[in-house]
Design a protein around this ligand. Structure first.
Ligand code: NAD
Ligand code: TYD
Length: 353
């Protein structure tokens, strides 16, 4: 693996993955970050990496649905492996406008698979990054294994499920070397503030209402983003071709508890808000999300036993680290909220595009 295409590298998890691979793994090849730069992609997040690894980190503003452009990038850089993160990723957006989800998550994945298939002799690995949401919702007990039947409930999870099936089919039918990971909810630096943790922590910092859907007792299994990056790299290095691995933090928490923890940590870290004894007073119960999955939990014993991967972080310590990161990076927050990073794109890439 010398020329690794990472799709969606300007997003939350893809960006953290690129940072991890280049700075911590000893990988000596080149990473080509292919990202369309939707509202969720911010190339500024990797500014320091671009400076630290000139020539070994390359950014290409390309839509993964554009077969001609994907073919050009494969040829220009001699792509021999893909780590595929690019996706429309927010469940709420998929409820209001599913079209882009079908386009990017299904057609985009298909376009990349076709480009890899056209180079079957020299192509080494297609790693597909997926979610536990493809399995649907759990009752009070149990956890998703790699054998749990797919039962997606939102347009987002249905589009991810379809892309998983395509990857599986390209391995079975065309012998494309693939690996896949289905991971639980991530949190950490560079998370776009539309998702629960960054949204709540920024609103709580600013004294705005903290929207909790329904009764707030929906359960998610939280994993720190660097642990996810390590899991993906481990699967890419050591995972069986054609295999899938579930990845999770063994950290089940009801949403309301997560929100309360953020409130308490912020009160301690920056002091209480004027006029409030606790930021918990900002919690506002709002209308539930339609089709809202009640509980997710991951059984990650396969990746633990077969590949010796373990999450390193605990929720309490890395939630504190995450809050500190947002406190330390107000400019990043300002730019993604206002879309101001688009100016950065014009300045840095204006001549190319
Ligand atoms: P994100 O929304 O933060 O980033 C997605 C990135 O993909 C953005 O940079 C965006 O510009 C890019 N993109 C979107 N459409 C594109 C297109 N057509 N062509 C090229 N680039 C495009 O998402 P994320 O949270 O980093 O998630 C990354 C992957 O991990 C997704 O596949 C998601 O399904 C999966 N996943 C996410 C979580 C989570 O908790 N966030 C958990 C498990 C799996
Ligand atoms: P989210 O971060 O959107 O991730 P996902 O839907 O992929 O799990 O939401 C996490 C949980 O938090 C989910 O149960 C929905 C809930 N939620 C709220 O209660 N309030 C909010 O404002 C948001 C964005 C999410």
């Amino acid at each position: 693996m010398k020329n690794l295409m990472v799709t969606g590298g300007c997003g939350f998890i893809g960006g953290n993955f690129i940072r991890y691979v280049l700075t911590e793994t000893g990988f000596s090849g080149r990473i080509i970050n292919v990202d369309k730069l939707t509202y969720a992609g911010n190339p500024e997040s990797l500014d320091d990496v671009a400076k630290q690894f000139p020539g070994r980190y390359v950014f290409e503003q390309v839509d993964i649905c554009d077969a001609k452009e994907i073919d050009r990038v494969f040829n220009e850089y001699g792509i021999d492996a893909v780590a595929h993160f690019a996706a429309e990723s927010h469940v709420d957006r998929s409820i209001t406008a599913p079209g882009e989800f079908i386009q990017t998550n299904l057609i985009g994945t298909y376009t990349l698979l076709e480009a890899a298939r056209a180079r079957l002799e020299s192509f080494e690995l297609f790693h597909h990054v997926s979610t536990d949401e493809v399995f649907g919702s759990l009752g009070e007990t149990g956890a998703f294994t790699e054998h749990t039947p797919y039962q997606p409930n939102s347009p987002y999870s249905a589009s991810k499920a379809g892309s998983d099936h395509l990857v599986r089919a390209y391995h079975e039918t065309f012998k494309l070397p693939t690996t896949m990971s289905n991971c639980s909810n991530n949190y950490g630096p560079y998370h776009f503030p539309e998702k629960l943790i960054p949204l709540v922590l920024l609103n709580a910092k600013e004294g705005k209402p903290l929207p909790v859907y329904g009764d707030g007792m929906q359960v998610r299994d939280w994993l720190y983003v660097r642990d996810h990056a390590v899991a993906i790299w481990t699967v890419m290095q050591k995972g069986g071709r054609g295999e899938t691995y579930n990845v999770g933090g063994r950290c089940e928490m009801p949403n309301l508890r997560v929100v309360e923890m953020i409130c308490d940590l912020l009160d301690e870290m920056v002091g209480p808000l004027a006029g409030h004894t606790s930021r918990r007073e900002l919690i506002t119960f709002v209308k539930d999300r339609p089709g809202h999955d009640r509980r997710y939990a991951i059984d990650c014993s396969k990746i633990q036993k077969e590949l010796s991967w373990e999450p390193e972080e605990t929720f309490a310590t890395s939630l504190r680290k995450t809050i500190q990161w947002y406190l330390d990076n107000p400019e990043w927050v300002k730019h993604v909220r206002s879309g101001e990073y688009q100016n950065w794109v014009k300045t840095n890439y204006g001549n190319r595009n």
